[in-house]
Ligand binder design. Sequence first.
Ligand code: ZN
Ligand code: ZN
Ligand code: ZN
Length: 558
Amino acid sequence: MSTNFRLPILAVLVTFFSIISGFSQRKAKAKDDSALKGNPKLVVGIIVDQMRYDYLTRFYDQYDDEGGFKRMMENGFNCKNNHYNYAPTSTGPGHASVYTGTTPATHGIIGNNWYDKENDVEVYCASDDSYASVGTTSDAGKMSPHRMQVTTITDQLRLHTQMQGKTIGIALKDRGAILPAGHAANAAYWFHGADEGKWISSSYYMDKLPQWVIDFNASGVAGSYKKAWTTLKDISSYTESGSDNNVFEGLFEGETSPTFPHNPQELLNKNKDYDIIKSTPFGNSLTADFAIEALKQEELGKDDITDFLAVSFSSTDYVGHKFGVNSKEIEDTYVRLDKDLARLFEALDKNVGEGEYTVFLTADHAAVNVPAYLKSIKIPAGYVDNDSTKEKFANFLKYKYGTEDIVKNFSNYQIFLDHKIINNLDLEVREVQEDIAKEFLSYDYVDRVYTGYQMWQNNYTSGIPYILQNGYNQKRSGDVLLVLKPGTITYSKTGSTHGSPQIYDTHTPLLFYGKGIKKGSTVERTEIPDIAPTISSLLGIAFPNGTTGEPIVEVLEQ
Ligand code: ZN
Ligand code: ZN
Ligand code: ZN
């Protein structure tokens, strides 16, 4: 919980109790030790890529009573007003923030990709050329978490257990596996589609894949998911979404209408192209299969030293990007994910034991309803016209400064300026930031503008500027920050996206379930960086070293 008034009260209470309880410390110590023995044998962190909070409520009646979501909602703790407290709301920053308990301002993962000012190159959040691929002939394994500047909850568990607690990250997307697993992980595995269809890793973790991963890859499980996508239940029962055929949905290559059954022969017949699995709910099933295999083969949660399995379900994001928040495809994807989660929980019951493990579930960001759909029902929304923006902005730069070179890069809604050229022109960086900000404010799709200088000088505590500042890293972020009008995106006219500081991108589910977790719910605001310190408190281990969140006390049995 990050409400500001809580802190002093908490500090006073802590001091008060430590004074009055001083005399009984020895007794309390014995109790603590037995509490430590009561730690969960395994923590499972689940991130559902692009999951909005309202997918829990909108599809509630579709979820099985014995399924995954209801098991957590009915028997665990539901934080209903949980938000990302920074922008850009994208996958790399999202995964890093959940596991580090802080924001890009501190952990440094400011986007999936960003412009590296120091070295004048574009970088990817998880790429690392100093390591080699493991399990693939491609470069898809040359990865590590080295750009993440602080520890994760998984790192702290490794430190606390003298490296005995196992930590493993699994996701179709490399960044969804690597950032949660942390720096000191035993392993991270991600899926390389293309012509291989294999779970792979990096020499950062290991020299070769364990035999069980080699066996899984050889089993043909991935290939079995290259199949037509029909709805799991009768499509007429999916009353919580729009019509199957509409202009707000994208198409698979070779399809002529965005309707079930999705049977894009052009893609399915390409024998070697396994990437189509990612864009269907079968990618999540494959992830659950592999996570369950890891659980068994790595003997996670078998002894009293807590292990950590970090699993991200990435297909929800691919489906959302293609078909949008309101599509039948999204509804079916969540109905199916509910079953995959149930399967994972059953495997946990069997292999670790019911009541012996703790699970949390959240998302790495949410998503906007397709703006073209919103517009069609008269809700303000729209798209950025990239071509006219480019032309207008180039003309402004030429007229004002005599050169376009003053702008180095535009990414993640930030403009990076060339400070050397500004100095050579005898201009002040601060003034150029302000002039460019003002220019953008005159573009009709822009809602607000801020400068890097403002981010340095102020301490924002609420609203959009607070969110921008939490995402602003002094060493890595840009010179001018743009916020588009609500419902406005830079994207195709079909499908949903995310990345903004607006509430539809920040509002994500947060469920806790299992050992040490109370039953209940709250509508008080919680923020993503609160998750890691909550789990740290549950385990009695140190917080990740950049933590800015606070433990959510209501969640924990104590
Ligand atoms: Zn994502
Ligand atoms: Zn459709
Ligand atoms: Zn996405």
